[in-house]
Write a protein that binds this ligand. Structure first.
Ligand code: URA
Length: 440
């Protein structure tokens, strides 16, 4: 086989076979096909697209370019969630123990913050002593003993994706539904879960700006996941304003604990319970989303979800008592307040701008090797839809140093929108559900 022939076939709108796709991916991982040919192939795929079968073959080839966890020894149907990335999206942290407390094993492999979106691993790393780089043996042992385990993607997970993503980033080929699908699923399926729920975000703080694009991506993720033998479903959810009332690393751990105690903000609680219900359904624990939600609510109100979380914190090296004692106290000394400059209703806080403010503050990063600061972040004192008087505190802001704080504050001030009219009741974050059978 010749790479040039495969590139030309796709350039001319042809359909690639499993062997041809496998040849490209092996050549990419083994470095036997040069980057310029891989880049040309990526552009051909970007312009011509891939059908469902080709996307499934690409995902499978990328998945098997690295190690895949074998969870066959874990009893029950395991389930996990993947979010396409948001601002203030700490949902995985309370979700995993809630679902585990409902009897569903949750093997969770997560990523780090990049650009305007936060990363679950950075939030977990802010718990003193908590280890997010587990060996496969440790991961399985904690999954067995706690019902869930959280780890990071190692170098051996889908290495083809790392090479392809770096090339996509510099060749204008990121925004392709088949390439995004294969990239997400090849990494997520490597954790060996039986079921996957996708939280596909849409809006100004999301990768997908329109609901139509989010639905196309969700449909493709569900279909391709099914082709890999996974039970799948997706929720399309709004990402216009930051989720919840806190962004940051330790701050988002605090809000996660609030959710586990049943005292979380309405939006994050709603989304956590909706995702938990879907995961329980896919794992065969309930027949309807209403039943799943009830199970999840009971796991919170009965304290089992919180217990499960604290057990996991201890198993992964953290100190549960210390974590609880640090709530409300672990704050950077570089602090500022942002106040309302008029009396009006808060119309919104641009999630993208708020996410970008996190970079100078030290919550996020622009390169994967940059450090983040556990004590940096924002507490939103007012949520969109609420009335404010001039001078009211809108946000408490914590930065990694004075200059980072100053820049973050400037960006956050520009993220605030007001309206004179009383806004309608806040809309539900849930826009649409896509189930296994709808993606046929
Ligand atoms: N997230 C990924 O992991 N891959 C993409 O291609 C886009 C978002």
């Amino acid at each position: 086989m010749q790479a040039s022939e495969i590139i030309m076939k796709k350039r001319d709108g042809g359909r690639l076979s499993r062997d041809e796709i496998g040849f490209i991916i092996r050549g990419c991982t083994g470095r036997t096909i040069p980057d310029y040919q891989i880049s040309a192939w990526l552009m051909a795929v970007f312009l011509r697209g891939m059908d469902d079968g080709e996307t499934a073959c690409l995902t499978d080839a990328m998945l098997h370019s690295g190690t895949v966890m074998d969870l066959s020894g874990i009893p029950g149907i395991s389930a996990d969630k993947h979010s396409t990335g948001g601002v203030g999206d700490k949902i995985s942290i309370p979700l995993a123990p809630i679902v585990a407390a409902c009897g569903v094993p949750v093997p969770m492999m997560s990523g780090r913050a990049l650009g305007h979106t936060g990363g679950t691993l950075d939030k977990l790393d802010s718990i003193s002593g908590y280890r997010t780089s587990l060996s496969e043996t440790e991961f399985k042992s904690i999954l067995r003993s706690c019902g869930y385990a959280m780890t990071g993607q190692t170098e051996t997970v889908a290495p083809a994706d790392r090479i392809l993503y770096a090339l996509r980033d510099v060749t204008g080929t990121v925004e392709s539904i088949p390439l995004i699908t294969a990239s997400i699923l090849s990494k997520k399926a490597a954790e060996g879960t039986d079921a996957l729920v996708f939280d596909v975000k849409c809006g100004r703080g999301a990768f997908m700006k329109t609901q139509a694009d989010a639905e196309r991506l969700a449909g493709m993720l569900v279909k391709t996941g099914k082709a890999l033998g996974k039970k799948c479903a997706a929720l399309i959810t709004r990402m216009e304003n930051p989720l919840g009332t806190m962004t940051g690393n330790f701050l988002e751990i605090e809000e996660s604990v609030d959710i586990l105690e049943g005292k979380g903000p309405a939006d994050t609680t709603e989304l956590t319970l909706a995702l938990a219900a879907k995961m329980c359904m896919l794992a065969g624990k309930c027949a309807t989303p209403e039943e799943g939600r009830q199970m999840a609510e009971q796991a919170v109100s009965g304290g089992q979800a919180m217990e499960c979380f604290l057990r996991n914190v201890a198993a992964q090296g953290g100190n549960p008592d210390q974590l609880l004692a640090e709530r409300g106290k672990r704050r950077s000394p570089w602090k500022a307040e942002i106040r309302a400059d008029r009396s009006a209703y808060l119309a919104g806080i641009d999630a993208y701008a708020a996410g970008m403010a996190g970079i100078p503050l030290g919550v996020g990063r622009t390169r994967t090797d940059e450090p983040v600061f556990p004590e940096a972040g924002v507490i939103f004192r007012v949520k969109p839809g609420e009335k404010v008087q001039a001078g009211d505190i809108l946000m408490e802001v914590y930065g990694k140093n004075q200059s980072g704080l100053d820049e973050g504050v400037l960006r956050l001030q520009q993220a605030v929108y007001y309206t004179e009219e009383k806004p309608e009741e806040p809309e539900s974050l849930l826009l649409k559900e896509i189930d296994d059978d709808e993606s046929k």
